[in-house]
Design a protein. Structure first.
Length: 196
């Protein structure tokens, strides 16, 4: 399986193979993390964005919305780049916008202007996915519900979650990972799909 092409691993994962997903992540994690770190130059932020990128990739693959239009890693970097843009776009709401707004001078404010805002359809899809997620999150154990809420709905960093829940960052990462695994099982058991 390790030597299977990305497209084959994606099909295997969509057919229910968690091992295929693990192989896909293992194959590209170093390159993807390096890409994110080079853009943001902050290891903690890079870790958060890396986790968020794979959550988005997993949801997209699970929903069958991924379209093979070239190399998987190129698409994965695009997902990561869009999340980086979203992060800095949110940051600008609290700051005076200028060419040198950010600590990372390689990240120009003009990069933000190249990215169009979300369409109405994308906003509605996100709203629907959030509603569906709330349905299945109720089945999770309390400590997993809490980290999912803090991370994906309240937008806290893993460090902030660890401090708020009085747990280590490793424990927090583990809880998020197990929560995501349990969510996939629950979705399957209860025939819940995250679609429009």
């Amino acid at each position: 399986m390790i030597s299977d092409p990305d497209s084959q691993l994606i099909l295997q994962y969509q057919a229910g193979s968690e091992v295929a997903l693990a192989s896909l992540i293992c194959r590209h994690k170093d390159e993807l993390f390096s890409f994110i770190l080079k853009k943001v130059r902050d290891e903690e932020l890079a870790n958060d964005l890396f986790q968020d990128t794979f959550v988005k990739i997993i949801i997209t693959l699970k929903e069958g919305r991924y379209r093979e239009e070239g190399k998987f890693i190129i698409w994965a970097k695009r997902v990561a780049y869009n999340l980086i843009i979203d992060h800095y776009r949110l940051k600008t709401k609290q700051q005076h916008i200028s060419e040198t707004t950010y600590e990372n001078e390689d990240f120009s404010i003009f990069d933000l202007l190249k990215e169009p805002s979300e369409s109405i359809e994308e906003i509605l899809v996100k709203q629907q996915i959030n509603e569906d997620l709330h349905k299945i999150i109720a089945y999770l154990p309390e400590n997993q519900r809490e980290v999912i809420r803090l991370r994906f709905f309240d937008g806290l960093s893993f460090k902030e979650i660890a401090e708020q829940t009085d747990a280590s960052i490793n424990t927090t990462l583990g809880r998020v990972r197990y929560a995501l695994m349990n969510l996939r099982k629950i979705m399957k058991e209860h025939s819940v799909t995250l679609t429009k």
